[in-house]
Design a protein around this ligand. Sequence first.
Ligand SMILES: C[S@@+](CC[C@H](N)C(=O)[O-])C[C@H]1O[C@@H](n2cnc3c(N)ncnc32)[C@H](O)[C@@H]1O
Length: 310
Amino acid sequence: MSLTMTVPNHIPVLLKEAIQALQVQPQRNYVDATVGLGGHAAAILGQAPQVRLLGIDVDPEAIKIAQTRLAKFGDSVILINDNFTNLLTLCQRYNFSPVHGILFDLGVSSLQLDTAERGFSFQHDAPLDMRFSSSQELTAAVLINTLPESELAKLIQKYGQERYSRQIAREIVRHRPVNTTGRLARIVEQIYGSRRGKIHPATKTFLALRLFVNCELENLAIALKQTISLLAPKDRLVVISYHSLEDRIVKDFTKQESKGCLCPPEALVCQCHHVPTLKLISKKVITPSFAEAAFNPRSRSARLRIAERL
Ligand SMILES: C[S@@+](CC[C@H](N)C(=O)[O-])C[C@H]1O[C@@H](n2cnc3c(N)ncnc32)[C@H](O)[C@@H]1O
């Protein structure tokens, strides 16, 4: 499929805060696990002399743009089209060691949202795709046209936290095949009727399908675990998430890794022998300033967390 790309104008979210959190220093190595269009990566590379960066993105289109954007940094950049679930293997394969900081800026880029044919957005009418990479098999259309109604309702409830999940699933099944973003958006709009709030009624359903199609929550949990063995003491893990389910995974992971014993309170003697590996730097999440949220509405839901390797 040839993609009609609108000019990708992705404004990196919480840029100053993320760069500060990483404490970028000369001659150090950083991983951008979601390099996207290279916005954060360019700032990391430009922050100090002789910084090296390994950038990963599962979306081949994003990698092409990042390559162009980061070309001026020459050999200091390694860009890889892969899933960040392979973080550890990729760093080993490219001899990228030691790693002094890792950034995750989760979710979708403006390239993905604004390219109608990618099927991520109800703002454009297009085939329901939602895959980060066309090498993945499952599209959102296949998902909603094949899942049994009860499974579909569970999925929309679990990943979208959508209170009308059962009604939405029922109507989807009644209108099958539902193959386009526009058709799905209209189905959800009709269920909401006049109960519409500030956000578009289809937001949660679209989010649920996207999270499921790309295994986003599961992949995040897998990748976070790998950061521990990559980082050395005092090095930083920085994560920007965009919704509560993602942020919960980051919060729980960093909190758990910052604790000693994880045995249940009733255990008299520690059985787990868990050793803390992280120190929480930001106990409270960092959110965009009023000015950033006004300038870049897509940043509004962003939440940044920082942890330091012990
Ligand atoms: C918000 S964008 C990153 C934007 C980037 N920080 C910038 O400034 O241009 C998120 C990116 O993460 C990528 N992504 C999401 N899940 C991924 C995964 N499991 N592995 C690798 N990349 C992933 C998406 O393809 C998307 O390009």
